[in-house]
Write a protein that binds this ligand. Structure first.
Ligand code: CAA
Length: 290
């Protein structure tokens, strides 16, 4: 058994104040009780993120799961910034920026300079190779995948992905920290889609084929899978919730990197994305969200 723990991690830097970054900030400050600095280049995103956290905290108080007295401490643990300058004293970083390989490479290059040597740099990527991300730093042994599920405060899983050069110590620290955040951990090799999306995305893609081929209506497809396999949402509702652009991007990674025709993205999924019908976030996907 490893002697490594996460107790030295007092402050966590988070890159990206989107849905995932804010969720990770929430579990870091509220569950793991760490200081958190959230970085996003857009102040508007940071303001929106803090507002969202405020709402969640109010709900927790109203449900009696947090006391009013704990709120100032939690808020005091959260800091926001538009540059990585204030990452000079962080003990762990989770990157949760847009899923774009060039952007991630640029961010990790910058983090490698801004963050003290020896600090782990984790990426919440859902499909980009960790080994590739790590290669844009001078500390590939400290780079790891930490794939949270959406919505982060609710979902119990973190999938951890060591790259080819990731050290066993980095893996151990990351596992401990995820567990401090209240999450159950699984480990996946650095392989296209890792475990979760390798299985989930072909399932969603197949549901879109079933719709396109007229086997059933969207409601029949979703109800069949929701009640028939005891999942909280049917596949088309789930695709709307994740974002059809994200689903398509992951299918493209599986198709191009695994080379098997069984991963070809459904033409109807491509059409929806081309139309800008990306799901809940744009008000329309397979369903409409007024
Ligand atoms: N942030 C924080 N909490 C949230 C939330 C959010 N974005 N959305 C919902 N919740 C909370 C609600 O506040 C509520 O909390 P309480 O129990 O305290 O009231 C709880 O979740 C349940 O919410 P609702 O009653 O509104 O609705 P629900 O019962 O339908 O649950 C859900 C919502 C948790 C999203 C549920 O539908 C669900 O589990 N859906 C499947 C989610 C899933 O599969 N996620 C994985 C996506 S794949 C992925 O993330 C990987 C990838 O790389 C693409």
């Amino acid at each position: 058994m490893s002697e490594i723990s996460s107790s030295h991690i007092k402050k966590i830097g988070i890159v990206g104040a989107g849905q995932m970054g804010i969720g990770i900030a929430y579990v870091s400050a509220v569950v793991a009780k760490r200081n958190v600095v959230i970085m996003d280049t857009q102040q508007k995103q940071l303001d929106g993120g803090l507002k969202f956290i405020d709402g969640l905290l109010k709900k927790e108080v109203s449900k009696g799961r947090l006391s009013e007295a704990e709120i100032p401490d939690i808020k005091g643990r959260l800091q926001v910034t538009t540059t990585t300058d204030s990452f000079s004293d962080v003990d762990f970083v989770v990157e949760a920026a847009t899923e774009n390989p060039e952007l991630k490479a640029k961010i990790f290059e910058g983090l490698d300079k801004a963050v003290p040597a020896g600090v782990v740099l984790a990426s919440n990527t859902s499909s980009i190779s960790i080994t590739k991300i790590a290669s844009s730093t001078n500390r590939p042994e400290k780079v790891i995948g930490m794939h949270f599920m959406n919505p982060v405060p609710v979902m119990k899983l973190v999938e951890i992905i060591p790259g080819i050069a990731t050290s066993p110590d980095t893996l151990a620290v990351t596992r401990h920290l995820a567990s401090d955040m209240g999450k159950t951990v699984t480990t996946s090799n650095d392989y296209p889609g890792f475990i979760a999306n390798r299985i989930l995305m072909p399932y969603i893609n197949e549901a879109v084929y079933v719709l396109m081929e007229g086997v059933g209506t969207k409601e029949d497809i979703d109800t069949t899978m929701k009640l028939g396999t005891n999942v909280p949402m049917g596949p088309l509702t789930l695709a709307d919730f994740i974002g059809l652009d994200t689903c398509l991007a992951i299918m493209r990674v599986l198709h191009s990197q695994l080379g098997d025709a069984k991963y070809r993205p459904c033409p109807l999924l491509i059409n929806y994305v081309n139309a800008g019908w990306l799901g809940k976030k744009t008000g329309r996907g397979f369903y409409e969200y007024p």
